[in-house]
Design a protein around this ligand. Structure first.
Ligand code: KG4
Ligand code: ZN
Length: 341
């Protein structure tokens, strides 16, 4: 099956070509620089950029895969969750391509697609997916923080999610309080490497609660008060590095412990992770250390596939079409608030 997939749920314009479980092309055009001066994604600007970038991105994906539109067997796009006017661009473009080619079209849940990004490349691959089921999957990015039990192919159950800010949002907002550039996640990752994670003690929200939910807004508030009470700290580069390391340690301890605890309780043998925050080096190494210690197979998405991309949309779409999942009707609409069940 040869499939074109589009992703425009937030600030990445992406097109991928997928064939038989392999990604032939995955072109991603990021808008990070555009939104940096506003300190966050501006939906209207994101939509205009998608509109401008989508044609060249689709063209680049098709030519990299050496595929002509007429050869496509199906088209897919992110249907939700995401920013409404951003989703609309990719979803309607993909629907129109499918309509013009008279090919099947399927709308995809962005979070469900994240579950497939650890299986896109390398070993093990999508062909080995079933031997790593059931697994517990951590999806952790600027917009979402979810723990999901993947029971088997296309069968999953959300165990918990954030009740306020997402983990990436916590990185970005605490970084903003420190005066770091947006998005602050990668900057904190870099500065924390030379900082002392035990220098300052920040709360680990919901760490000991008997559920799989997360909460990061209290941690952000605690960093706000900490900086308010000693603003001179931001004049000392060493103290900023310590602050980064301490905030990062609090976020990671919660993510790592709750993921491991859920995996043990559910009796799975494998843990996976994806989403922008999974690029974080300390999180990756902590998950590796803990998984080894507790005997879990760990499968992390490749760094370049942690952030939003159309390859994961295409992978899931292909699995769904092979499983004869219902197609999306021509008048199907976007679902900006589509929560994973
Ligand atoms: O998955 P993504 O590209 O977009 C969505 O939010 O859906 O994730 C972006 C998020 C941002 O909050 C960014 O700060 C965070 O991922 N991030 C990181 C790192 N790289 C990206 N957070 C911590 N450490 C990193 N190295
Ligand atoms: Zn995402």
């Amino acid at each position: 099956m040869l499939l074109l997939a589009l992703e425009t749920s937030c600030d990445e314009t992406s097109a991928a070509v997928v064939r038989d479980g392999k990604v032939l092309a995955n072109v991603v055009s990021s808008q990070i620089k555009l939104h940096a001066e506003y300190g966050g994604v501006v939906p209207e600007l994101a939509a205009r950029e998608h509109l401008k970038n989508l044609p060249p991105v689709v063209h680049a994906a098709l030519s990299e895969a050496a595929v002509l539109p007429a050869q496509l067997d199906a088209v897919a796009a992110t249907q939700g969750p995401g920013l409404g006017i951003a989703l609309l661009i990719g979803f309607k473009a993909a629907q129109s391509v499918a309509f013009a080619l008279n090919k099947p079209f399927i709308g995809i849940n962005h979070h469900e697609a994240h579950l497939y990004s650890p299986w896109i490349s390398g070993v093990p691959s999508i062909a080995d997916f079933s031997s790593f089921q059931p697994n517990v999957s951590l999806i952790v990015s600027g917009g979402h923080t979810l723990l999901v039990l993947v029971a088997s192919e296309l069968k999953h159950r959300v165990l918990g999610g954030t009740i306020d800010d997402a983990a990436g949002e916590c990185f970005d907002k605490t970084g903003k309080l420190m005066g770091l550039a947006y998005p602050a996640g990668p900057v904190i990752d870099r500065l924390a490497e030379q900082g002392n994670p035990k220098a300052y003690d920040f709360p680990r929200p919901l760490l000991h609660e008997a559920n799989d939910d997360f909460s990061f807004s209290g941690l952000k508030t605690s960093v706000r008060y900490f900086i308010r009470d000693q603003p001179e700290l931001l004049n000392d580069p060493r103290k900023i590095r310590d602050l980064c390391a301490s905030v990062q340690a609090a976020i990671i301890e919660v993510l790592d412990n709750k993921a491991l605890r859920a995996a043990k309780r559910e009796g799975v043998r494998c843990l996976t992770a994806s989403g922008g925050v999974t690029c974080n080096r300390a999180l990756r190494s902590e998950l590796e250390r803990a998984s080894k210690q507790h005997g879990f197979a760990l499968h992390l998405a490749e760094k370049k596939l942690c952030t939003d991309n159309a390859a994961m949309i295409g992978m899931l779409a292909e699995r769904k079409l092979l499983a004869h999942a219902p197609l999306s009707p021509w008048d199907e609409e976007i679902r900006p608030g589509w929560a994973l069940a």
